[in-house]
Design a protein around this ligand. Sequence first.
Ligand code: BGC
Length: 863
Amino acid sequence: MTDATYEVRVLDVRIEHRDPFGIGTSRPRLTWRTDTYIDGWRQAAADIEIDGAVSSRIGPGCVLVDWPGAPLRSRQRATVRVRVTGTDGSHSGWSAPLEVEAALLTPADWRAEWVSPAVSMEQTALLRCDFDTPIAGDGARLHISSLGVFEAELNGSVVGDHVLDPGWTSYRSRVVAETFDVTDLLRRGRNTLGIRLADGWFRGRLGADAAAHPAHYGDRIAAIAQLDVVTDDGGASTVCRTDARWRWIHGATTRASIYDGEDHDARAEPAGWSRPEFDDTGWFDVDVIEHDVVLVPRLGPPVRRTEEVEVAEVLDSGPSDGSRLLVDFGQNLVGRLRLDVDGPRGTTIELRHVEVLESGVPNAASLRSAEATDRYTLRGGGPERWEPRFTFHGFRYATVDGWPGRFDPGDLRAEVCHSDMTRTGWFSCDDPLLERFHENVVWGMRGNFLSVPTDCPQRDERLGWTGDIAVFVPTACFLFDCAGMLRSWLTDLALEQRDDIGVPWVVPNVLDQWIGCSVWGDAAVTVPWTIYDRFGDAGVLEDQYDSMSRWADLIVGWAGGDDGDLHLEWVFQFGDWLDPTAPGDDPSAGATDKHLVGNAALCRTLDLMRRIAALLGRDGDAERYAQLHERARSSFVRSYLTADGLLTSDAQTAYAIAIAWDLLPDDLRTVAGTRLAELVRSAGHRIGTGFVGTPLVCDALCDTGHVADAYSLILQTEAPSWLGTVGRGATTVWERWDAIRADGSLHPAAMTSFNHYAFGAVADWLHRSVAGLAPDQPGYRRLRVRPLPGPGLDRAAAQHDTPYGRAEVGWERNGGHIRVSAVVPPNTTARVELPGSTTSFDVGAGRHHWDVQDPSRAVEAQR
Ligand code: BGC
């Protein structure tokens, strides 16, 4: 047990990648961390107790440790405790108990049927059923899902706090079923279960060409639900389930669309519809439909409201009819508005959401065809509160039309919504613009991790673009615990990939025309690899191995197969998407040949496959991929290296990827670094890279001895640059470097989002190299402490909640010295390389400080 005089205690016992209630794994892996003030503490052994029986004594592992007990059955509960012994003989007591409960694990557990209301697209429905339960169990569980999006009510109360359940997965194969504890809402006797249902991603329009293909997954929305009460003998009795007895009626939400918004007429809401006293005469019978989608428990966190943002300012809008208001939330965010209003019955308030103003006037161009408009018609007769349920918007400003009476800014709140991941990473420094840029990266991730990792959250797109997450994933894994959400997405990627054309551009795939291409398709390999590297989850490599090797083998075939050159030429490529020199209407035609990018990515993928196969003990594959990697690398050199040691595309991204992915003979690496630095300088330290080069250019400069140039690039405030966007008012990361141009006008291209995380991927370099906190072994089992102080900053620091606990690295200039500090979590070590030195040494867990001479003069001299 825990007490104040502890030496060693076990905290935070958890299961893999999500909360422990309603899980879908019968053998959930366990992680815990140890809190101790003993320097250098290492775990020698741990005992895991399940339901009072000590199941296992294991060695030093404390991250994703295999479930030591018998596999959990559907609905089974278990109590887990852990205690540890240190290599120094220290002992902890037992940890606080972790209560684990399994969801319905097999299709046979489902006794409910899919029920469907006859509503047309964009209409919503209310479904209800009364039921009796004489049972006094010690737990009631609602298992529920939908084709479409739902919100459940039991006896008049909303069930749970999720938003847009069941989220978006590859609905042709699998849909998430939620499990809620409804013990407190259920009563003995008569009860009513109600479900609100709307199109969501299932039937709503998706993708810019959606007008032609509205209902991607089917033309009927439906729900399935089963309410089980755990009986005294430990069994379960189903007291309510969806079947032909259910009834439905059109919802007061008369229109609901993810892209376009929601209309709600409060006058039409049947009061008390989800309570037993309600008379549902006139409601219709549902249709029971067949659907063969597999119901699966969630792998990561649900979407929730995670923050409330107040109106920052009420602005005057241009043309005003007296009732139109323009409000500014001060932050481009993703979610929706909640209003508190009191006014005459039948008054309609219209809310339009936009990301930007141009000359003070709301500009909706970045939304393309997404209407992003909500309308609420008042019931009247007293205060009312409303927030749309089945849509979300990406916005900073909103126009409010038709507000009755005096508007108090406190009556409107923005509810920020996204997958409710735990924040794990922070960065700080003495440059406020750079700190604001980092904040923009965090907001960009929050806005684009709403059930699936998307390109953007506002326009008629919001799709799981593979290339965007492929470049952003290292940053994502530092900032938030996104392993569960990304593992779920990878499951869909594997389900949607095809043996003839590979990995789709977007996952879940809703595009008709596509053929797999480099970097984007390589997400099949790079995303699992990064999850392994950052979270220490080797299971992801095993689970995705089939997907990644199918992709790798497919592109090897495209590149020429078994002998001769391995070279991708005819394959479609997005290239170094959106580098600042690319023409507005052809973002793939930047300064770096897109086939050079594609072939570099081929090398990188084969290199990772070689390492992954070796890690998994697939020696034959490891050998084969090693040979393929060598061949691809030689082909790259033959095709793209000129006689004078330069690359055929004499451009920043070409050198950045050649250096970062180790594609050049050793003696030419320095030449490439020198040329990269020259190019960066001749561009006046303004950015010259697109999606692929942007996350790598600073690393490539630092790795070849040009730290000062990397600092000049990141601290540049003239456009195009990261901080240039901050200077022009960005509160998120933009899709285009010049989304807002020098004269304040917006880029005219249709593809101009103000919330795209890809260019924010440089934050990973801020964490690893500017602050100096990186994993040296998977999951930060060993940290790499290697800050690279450069000109323009006097201090920088990063904190990261590794699986082992909080790690911190920071540095600060002090006279002619630099003080480096680090916190190394228990049960880990750190390999340290101090500024100005090229040798490293190891330290154990604890707090450390070092004072070194400030090497900045030497760095300055290099410029
Ligand atoms: C998306 C991207 C994506 C790109 C691919 C765009 O429409 O917004 O971020 O990667 O298409 O070309």
